[in-house]
Design a protein around this ligand. Structure first.
Ligand code: F0G
Length: 435
């Protein structure tokens, strides 16, 4: 199968070989994506093949990304692929979370079950495969934490040298700990994500380091598998809505591209609507979508949210995200710190759990059902992007009434669950536990 890079700008549409090391269109500067000219697949045969591969022990077929390789076929040789068995994440129905969100039913596609605990692994196995194909020795990213944890793991497994740039003081220890353990050269920069991305893009070019942020179109190809696997798990019946948190807007771009391709190839009958939820303090895409015009995108200069994963003010993939939300007839919402914190506690109380950014989905659903954008009876899947254990500090503070915003504003959670200190005295404990 032949693959090419194509500029997403409708007036440019320049094409380049997939082996060129470029992240933006050299002609007009717009974003690039992978295109498969003339690709044709027999959907029924492919669906059967994907099912058979689930029962196969070959590493590539055990991967919830590479199992679907005909739909992400930018490589022509798979021998160098490094898989940590990414993907294979469950769809978990939760009546309790559905009630909280104002729905009759709701399922979570839980990407926190990935090898490094976030959805980044789906894309990173592809990004690192491309780095190997290009003969790169070092890979780099700026990250709010999950990208750096994932990139470092895959780079380490592939024998590449990872360099990560993170906003000093603004990533959770769970994520930083992973990167240190997997062996990243770790630079904590005194700047925010957006400022560091500008810096890293210059440095990557100057030093010949391969950039693995979500601007990298091969990572987006890998993240498509989140939607592909979701459809496979639903026997190729699309839901009415898919809801996900938005930060740098790479994931919405990936899911939207996957779903459009699945419709075009005849795998699914229609596009689900896509909803993106942002934190109020880091919601430039939400504001843009109130009056979307190409020259109207205003970055948030000082993004602020305790959901540090999505603390991003200048999301690079906004033009792709706009295209996908518009194509699906979807929606964009913003939610407060308190709404995120409470929704997160509800997802936890359902026995599922996730990190703060992921919980923006349920908080957003609650708002979108209240305003009638999503019907109570709709079939909805929310993507939980990261594992509960990514940010235990946040969890502890919430449940002990100590969660505060950067400006010192206290968050009054409605579902606190305080630990109790008790004497080493069975009688007193028995009194406490008498129901
Ligand atoms: N949820 C989590 C847990 C994330 O880590 C991120 C992004 C997002 C949602 C938003 O996804 O950027 O594709 O819109 N984390 C990046 C990182 C920025 O560096 O780990 P997006």
């Amino acid at each position: 199968m032949s693959a090419e890079l194509i500029c997403i700008n409708g007036e440019c549409r320049a094409r380049f070989p997939v082996t060129e090391v470029i992240y933006n269109c050299p002609r007009c500067g717009a974003l690039l994506e992978v295109d498969y000219p003339g690709r044709e697949l027999n959907p029924e045969a492919a669906k059967r093949l994907f099912r058979e591969r689930r029962m196969d022990n070959a590493p590539l077929n055990q991967s919830g990304v590479w199992r679907y390789r005909e739909l992400i076929g930018f490589l022509d040789d798979y021998r160098q692929v490094v898989t940590l068995r990414e993907g294979n994440t469950p769809l978990l129905a939760s009546p309790r979370a559905a009630r909280y969100g104002g729905l009759d039913r709701l399922a979570f596609k839980h990407q926190g079950f990935n090898p490094t605990g976030s959805f980044k692994d789906n894309g990173m196995t592809c990004g690192v495969a491309q780095a190997l194909r290009l003969g790169m020795k070092r890979v780099a990213c700026v990250s709010t934490g999950n990208t750096s944890a994932s990139m470092t793991a895959y780079a380490a497994a592939a024998g590449l040298r990872p360099v990560i740039f993170i906003p000093h003081g603004n990533i959770s220890y769970g994520k930083l700990a992973q990167a240190l353990e997997y062996g990243a050269r770790t630079l904590q920069v005194e700047a925010n994500f957006d400022q560091i991305l500008a810096l890293v893009r210059k440095l990557a070019e100057q030093l010949g380091i391969y950039l693995l942020n979500s601007i990298n179109p091969f990572r987006i190809e890998g993240q498509k598998s989140i939607a592909i696997e979701m459809m496979d798990q639903r026997d190729w019946n699309p839901p009415d809505w898919i809801v996900l948190p938005g930060g740098n807007l790479g994931n919405i771009s990936a899911l939207g591209k996957a779903l459009r391709e699945l419709v075009d190839l005849g795998f699914i009958p229609r596009l689900p609507k896509l909803a993106v939820i942002q934190a109020t303090g880091a919601a430039p895409f939400y504001r843009f979508m109130q009056d979307p015009r190409p020259d109207n995108f205003e970055p948030e200069r000082e993004p602020e949210t305790l959901a540090t994963a999505i603390r991003i003010g200048a999301p690079v993939s906004w033009p792709k995200a706009w295209r996908e939300v518009a194509a699906s007839g979807g929606a964009v919402e913003q939610v407060s710190e308190e709404e995120i914190a409470d929704a997160k506690a509800q997802i936890g109380a359902a026995g599922i759990g996730c990190e703060p950014a992921s919980a923006a989905t349920l908080a957003g659903i609650r708002k979108l059902t209240a305003t009638g954008v999503i019907d109570q009876g709709a079939d909805v899947v929310a993507v939980l992007t990261g594992n509960l254990l990514k940010d235990p500090d946040y969890v502890y503070r919430y449940h002990t009434g100590q969660l505060k915003t950067a400006a010192g504003h206290e968050i009054h959670g409605h579902f606190e669950n305080r630990p109790e200190v008790v004497p080493n005295d069975p009688e007193k404990i028995a009194v406490l536990l008498a129901d």
